[in-house]
Design a protein around this ligand. Structure first.
Ligand code: FE
Ligand code: ZN
Ligand code: FE
Length: 314
């Protein structure tokens, strides 16, 4: 079965996210542990987190991919910003002990003209303080588009961070299809070569999750603008090749496309049909009124925080 889900709002609590995911036929999902643009969060209810933990087991969900606020910067040129990022990630990771066995994905950081090497050193030093042996969550470095001074726009930079980690086995990589395409990796024309390069530089054993996004911009543009599945420069055929690739097909796939919940339900239904063509109607029948996921998702379409994050989800 394809493991797929999307970003969900945490505004209704943890258990609610599980129910919403099930409603749109997702079996994994992503969420921000707090407001993605700020850092504040209300204290979560342990019973609510426990209810989600049990729900995920009951429904046999694939690992969740929680997302750190994307404003955090572990390699800022300002010490207070670095310390704040470290503090938030430390708190989030402790919080996620209540949901053991899932992932916590984050953007490595922006070096702010200090240079990539300085950035790599600051990021890895911070991660060595953040990750402790008793933690129950694997942290995922996200592949970045190479926008501005972003660290992580090449596989080599991610490998350099991993090489400096004391508990390297507690870290993996989340590959974002929009980001690597923007960074110049040709997953449209040469997916096999890109994966060979990932294997050679990072190692496929480190690839633990995929952000499945189309891109508004052509390859190598370093812009980081996500597009709906099949509506961008990557296109449906290339994304279909990603979800069905023998080395990738068992991973959790997270949609971060500019959609509300009903749009996500449609993308999930479409990708499930492509993944298991024998068990569903052919893709040409998409949009049929009998599509159960699309129908069930209808009344959740106005989700508050989805409007907040809009098409800027990263
Ligand atoms: Fe991200
Ligand atoms: Zn992005
Ligand atoms: Fe992403």
């Amino acid at each position: 079965m394809l493991n797929i889900g999307c970003h969900l709002s945490i505004s209704g609590g943890y258990a609610k996210m599980g129910q919403t995911a099930a409603k749109i036929n997702a079996n994994t999902f992503a969420f921000f542990t707090r407001n993605p643009r700020g850092g504040s969060r209300s204290v979560p209810d342990p019973a609510d987190m426990e209810a989600l933990r049990l729900f995920l087991i009951e429904k046999a969900f694939a690992p969740l991919v929680a997302h750190a606020p994307y404003t955090l910067n572990l390699c800022s040129d300002k010490e207070n910003i670095r310390e704040y990022a470290e503090q938030v990630m430390t708190e989030d990771l402790r919080l996620l002990d209540a949901l053991p066995g899932n992932y916590y994905n984050f953007h490595p950081g922006c070096h702010m003209r200090q240079g990539t090497e300085a950035g790599i050193r600051m990021i890895s030093d911070a991660l060595n303080r953040i990750m402790q042996p008793e933690r129950k969550t694997v942290m995922l470095l996200e592949t970045m588009a190479g926008k501005g001074s972003e660290v992580g726009g090449t596989f080599e930079e991610l490998r350099a961070i991993l090489n400096r980690l004391e508990l390297e086995d507690r870290f993996g990589v989340c590959l974002d299809t929009c980001h690597i395409f923007d960074a110049g990796y040709d997953i449209v024309g040469h997916l096999e070569d890109v994966l060979d390069e990932f294997e050679r530089v990072i190692g496929m054993d480190k690839l633990l999750a995929i952000h499945l996004n189309d891109s508004k911009n052509p390859i190598g543009s370093h812009k980081d603008r996500h597009e709906k599945i099949g509506k961008g420069e990557i296109g449906l055929d290339a994304l279909a090749a990603v979800i069905t690739h023998p080395s990738l097909r068992k991973l959790p796939f997270i949609l971060e496309t500019p959609n509300e919940l009903d749009g996500y339900a449609e993308e999930i239904a479409l990708l499930r049909r492509i993944y298991e063509p024998g068990r569903h109607q052919p893709a040409s029948a998409s949009g049929s009124p009998a599509d159960p996921a699309a129908h069930l998702a209808e009344h959740d379409a106005g989700d508050e925080s989805h409007r907040q994050t809009g098409g800027d989800r990263q």
